[in-house]
Structure formats: structure tokens, C-alpha cells
Ligand binder design. Sequence first.
Ligand code: IVH
Length: 701
Amino acid sequence: MSGPGRREAALRAVDELDALEAEGELARLAQEIARHDLLYHQQDAPEIADSAYDALKRRNEAIERRFPQLMRADSPTRRVGAAPAAGFAKLRHDVPMLSLDNAFSAAEVDEFIERIRRFLALDAETAIAFSAEPKIDGLSMSLRFEQGRFVRGATRGDGEEGEDVTANLLAIPEIPRRLSGDGWPDLLEIRGEVYMDRAEFGRLNEARREAGEPVFANPRNAAAGSVRQLDPAVTAQRPLRFFGYAWGAVSVRDWTTHGQFLARLRDWGVPVNPQTRRCEGAADLIAFYEHIQRERPRLGYDIDGVVYKTDRIDWQERLGFVSRSPRWALAHKFPAEQARTRLRGIFIQVGRTGALTPVAELEPITVGGVVVARATLHNEDEIARKDLRVGDMVIVQRAGDVIPQILAHVPEERPAAAPPFTFPDLCPVCGAHAIRPEGEAIRRCTGGLTCAAQATERLRHFVSRGAFDIEGLGDKHIEAFFADGLVRAPGDIFRLRRRAAEIETREGWGGKSVERLLAAIEARRRIPLDRFVFALGIRQVGEATAKLLARHYVTIEAWRDAMVAAAGDEAGDAAQTLGTIDQVGPALVADIRAFFGEPHNRKTIADLLGEVTVEPAPQPRAASSPVAGKTVVFTGTLETMSRQEAKARAEALGANVAGSVSRKTDYVVIGADAGSKAAKARELGVATLTEQEWLDLSGAG
Ligand code: IVH
């Protein structure tokens, strides 16, 4: 994140903005404020102080006061209470989306069955069959299929009304655009859960951490944040999945049991949880519950219990609902996984970008089958908020089953002499000052590459999976090679062959392992531009942004020259062009300029380019689509789709979608009530298209 000083330096007085600049800024502010809303409300991980957030809102309002006609549909001022999902249209559910009654004990399961028996007046001999399924800890979704085609999808919302997230759902490969097979009703609403695998969640967070972006607390939040954000292209980068488990509105129903329905779903190409079992009677249900509880760590995704559903649909219909929950279904929840242990110490990790992250060292304790010895404390405010002190008895929870968290300390068990924790203002690794810019949550070491922690973290990032992906060069090797001066900068990795004899004599190495490592390094002498860009470890430039930049600039030379020029002249063409790339906001521009402003970074790149060949970014589907590689701007209201969807589709065809019109724009697609962008296009002589012309040209019509 850039400091407020830097951000402000890039801001012009509202009075001086012209309409085009105002429009661009409103777009960026809407996006930025929405992001902070999400961080604050949904992820409980605010990145900026309330005062800085207020400043963003005030600027947005001031610009809107001067240019009321430019107020956006997703303007932050239109949102009450800044609900995180503002910006999505509301969709009413034809059939409400309900919740489930919870049970925590076997006795409650017995009661549930007895209630059904009583309600249906069944005698003790009549067997009641259930469909027993894992309860996925994701977010529930209603998918509407008409004539077998996916037409719309919405979140649960309050059960009556959800948010239209169709464009984002289209980016989830497991959700079929068309049902396969046949026999589906003309109208079918499939309900189910969008979720993220734990492994994918770990990878996503790792990439975010490396990019200096805030991490998600658990897979559920990651899935929710991915679906309920405004850009489908971002959703497409997130590894989301889906399980179907219920239906809403339906034109004809030819299944008579829940089990049959699930089998149909499977035939129609909708993922159904393979753990699902048919059970009869309480003992069977409890056995299933215990089985799933044992399997839980191996499932690969988070669940928080199991769900029992009366299998016969005629019985379901007779049983009906009590207030918001069906009488025919029950959620049997797993107990929360919490434990108490001592906080032995708090140590500080220094990351690639110099961020000081406090980590709790715990008396090892088993939480939900896993030994926990450490927990992240996020930042210094978090420690203060929870008033955590070394020696405290703390309550530990495995949130989302993976990242252990400290919920609170136990006041009665605090040792008498425990002083409050003082966060260091010097880097614990290199001793340089650690500074926390006003309005930011993170304190950073100012040592740069003279700080061994930052230098090695950058090298680690450089060889990591999404970057150069050099197998066999693990964290320990990087640290050891760095300490002994074998590798100080990325380019050194490609010169290791000269030190082969030296490495071979090191502990843990032999002729074969050295050869393997050198071969792995050689294999990476050619690298795609996006990976190269990502590998540099520029703040905020994660894999998605790196792809964006690579696609825009195509070659390493073009990109580097433009970035060097942008660093040298904030107001120049290069910096302006960078800022017009869609999703590239002022903070990102500032971070990239800061990176290229550092001579040692330019030297690192030059040195590397002496060792490796960077492949230009492929222009996707260049052969098949005439819009591949073209820069397109959408403006005004489109008729056949939302602007979000238009953008996602254009990008899928290989076009670059920009947020504002410049001389580099190839087409401006003009919808109804288009404003200044249309005028600007005409002024610059950029080709303008109607929506239909665009559909014809892109072959999407
Ligand atoms: S059935 C009318 N089945 O749990 C009943 N729900 O606590 C409709 N959930 O909102 C829900 N896994 O988000 C059902 N296999 C499953 C589920 C499941 C997760 C969620 C769902 C629902 C919540 C209720």
C-alpha cells in the first residue's frame, strides 16, 4: 500500500478536475471504497484507518457534488451502511432460500426423527429414510436454468432477496452454462454452495501475502469475497467450486426422492457431494455423522456439520416449514474447534516488502486433530485490541480449519506481572527503523535490500511456484546460500553453475542433487513475461496484476521502458497510460513507480535479463477473434448484458478492457446515455461501435 502522502501527491484539487478525470477517479474511488468496505465488514481486516477511509468518502462526495451527472450506479454514497455487496442488483427469489434448524447432540437428532414421525402419524415400524450430506461451509447460491441454460444466479441475501452475481458465477468452471443430458424441467433453480478448497485457499493467500495484499481469514471468506466483488475477471482467477443440493422454483418435478434429485443433478453435469449417503433411523444418521467427522480433515474443503433431509418429497411437502426452517431437514453441527493454551511469546516476522507481522508462539495444543504451536496476530492493532500479553492463557480456534487464530485471552488466568506487549519500532532482523505510515495498519522495515529478511524473502518469492518456480531451491537453501554469499540477487541463481563444486561440498548436497538443482534452474532460463513481472515482487503486483500488465505491454522491453519512464515522470504519457489500464488504480501506479524509481531494482532487472529470456505475452485467441489484443472501452448502459459481463466476455476473447479513453484505445462501445467517454472518443478519432456492432465484431452476438 502506498502511504497517504504519496497517494495525496497524485491527487488533484477537486476544483481542477475535468469531467474525464472526475469520471476516472469516481470509478477508482468506488472500487477502492468497496474494497475497504469488504475488508472491514466481511473480512474484519481493515487496511486503513477510519480517518483515511473517511477521506476517501469525502473526496468521492466532493467530486460528485461538482459533477452530479457522473454519479455512478455503484457510487459509495448510494450505499447505506456500506454493505459489502453494494453494486450488485437485487434479485427476488421466487421461492425463498431458507435456513436449517441446528442440532448439537444425538438426543436432538432423536427428537427430530420423532417430530417427523408424529407429524406424519407414522407408526414405530415405518422406516424413515434420509439423505445425509456434509454441510459445506461456503456460501449458498441459487442458479436459475431456463431450457437447460444458466441464465441467472443470486446469493441467498436475507432469504427473500439476494444479489445478482451472474457475471461472477459464469467465471466458475464447475457451474455448467448448459445442463447436459436431457429431461431437465424448462425452469429449474438449482441451489447449492459455492466454496473454495483448502489447498487452493492456501495458495491464494500465499500469493496475496507475497503481493502484500491482505489475506482472507478462511476459505468461506475467500469464497464470499470472490463472488461478491465487482469484477468477474477477478472471480475467474479464484479457484471456486460448487456443490448442488436443493432446488427452488421448478416447472415440473419428476423426482420423488431427494436421492433421485441428486442423481439427476449428477446426470445434468452439476457437481454433487460424493459423500452423500442414504440413511435410515437415528443410529444410521449418527454413524454417518461420526464417519464424516473422522473424514473431515481429508475432505479438502471446510464443512461445519452434516445435513439430514427426509428422502421422500411427498413427506417433505407435508412436513413443510416452521418459520424459516423446514421440518424435514436438520443441520447436525460439529462442535466448534477451540482450545486453551499459553501464549509463550510473540515474535516478529519480516516479509518481502518489509512488513512486520507478529506471530504468536503457543504452548503446543491439539485443536480439532491438528497440533497448533503458532498463530498469526496480523498486526500491532490486533494485539492491542485483544490486549494479548506474553504469558496469557488464550483461546485458540482453528478458523476455517487451517489458520489458527487467537480469539481472546482469559482475564482470570493472566500472570500477575504480565506487561502489555510493546511492538518494536526497529526491524528485529536488520535494526533499521520500522515505520508505520499514518492510516496504515502495517509497520515496515525501512532497510530495503540491506535487510537480510527482506532480501531472502524476495529471493524466496522469486523462485516460488507462480514466479520462476525453481524446484529444489527451498527456503532453507535460499537462506543458507544468501548467508554465505552464493546468492545475493536473483541473477546469482543463474550463475550458480560456476559454484557447483562449492555447493557439492556443503552439508546435505551431493553431485546428483546439485545437478538436479542446476537442471531445474536451466529449465527456467526462458520465462513468460507475466511470471517474470510477478517474480520481481513489486508491492501489490500479484499474479493477476502481473498477467494484466504482461497482456498490456506484451514484451519485457516495452514494459520495462514504460515503467522506467513512468517512474521518472509522474505526469508523463507512460504513467498516464499505466493508470488507464483497467484495475490499475493510483495506489498500484505509485507502488510500481516506487519500485522502478529504485536504482537497485533497475539493476536487478538488467542483470537478470543478461541471464534469462523473457517470452512475450501470448495474445489469446488472436486467430479466432478479431478483437484479440485490441483495447476496448465500454461506456453507457448496455442492453443485452451488464457492463461487467461485457468486460468479462471481451477479456475472454483476448481484448484489453480499459477504464478510460486514450489515443491507444481501439474501440469505444457506446451504450445508452453514454457521457464524456463517447465525446472523448470522437475528439480523439477513436472508432466507436454500438452494442450490436460490437457483438457482431466480437462474434459474441
Ligand atoms: S439444504 C431448506 N444442504 O447451510 C434447506 N444446506 O444452515 C436448504 N448448507 O443456507 C439448505 N451444505 O448455505 C443444505 N448439503 C447442504 C448444505 C447446506 C451447506 C448451508 C446452506 C444453508 C445453510 C443453512
